[in-house]
Design a protein around this ligand. Sequence first.
Ligand code: FE2
Length: 316
Amino acid sequence: MGAEVATTVSKVRKALRVAGRAAAITGAVGVAGIGYAAVIERNWFRLRRYEIPLLPPGSPRLRVLHLSDAHLTPGRRMLMDWIRDLDRHEPDLVINTGDSLGHRDAVGPFIDALGPLLDRPGAFVYGSNDLFSPQLKNPARYLWRSSKSDYRKRTVPDLPWRELGAAMSASGWLDLNNRKGTLKAGDLDIALAGIHDSHIGLDRYDDIAGPADPAADLRLGVTHSPEPANLDRFTADGYQLLLAGHTHGGQICMPLYGTLVTNCGIDRRRAWGLSRNGAAWLHVSGGLGTSPYAPVRFCCRPEASLLDLTPTAPRG
Ligand SMILES: [Fe+2]
């Protein structure tokens, strides 16, 4: 009987040792994973490149730099330096699809980061985070709940969005928040239309509704959040390339599966990158940053995109 008890005690001790080791390994892997996501991948910027045939036959190529979701806080020097360095790719046009700010003192640093890019033709829309400061919350909450609900009780913006817009406008960039406009870039006449952020209910597509200028060499639709109903209206109005951000590509993605959630109405297969929306092309930027209260990216590196627009082949 005594020997049996001793054997049982020995087995229990062994099981506890194994469980303890497993818990320690799991904890170490978790800490390493969070450290990787917060320190390495969050600063491991990537420039994606796409070639899109949509210009009239015989047109010169047009290089568009698409920036989005910087969520800049003043201390993010690596991000600021990386953005500034994008000018060496010599884009003909720069489009910023919003969520540039992550702090009330970030307007100056963001404008400094754009630096020489502001001397190029450009256009912008706002995202919710340009108006409302980030708030502390469970960083994983977006996996089961859209951040749209966070704004229901926040009606008065507390970030300097007007100063941000004024600084970009002062450099000649087009403000496309529920507005249309035209600009010349790379010898092409471009018709643009944009909407304010649908994620906070400030989109007013009716203000820009109507056929895009058929005489333009290129027709661009710009929005922060790729909400399907708005994308379909841009497409129906003849905009050929739609540019959006907001999704962060999912921000925390699953290896071999990809994006888990998009935080808006777009399907997860179009959460980032180039796809079609009927007759139009759609490019969704996975974005450059994160909320300062969710400072991790996993299997979803921060990014900007260079879109080389090329002429279509002549018919027949
Ligand atoms: Fe964002």
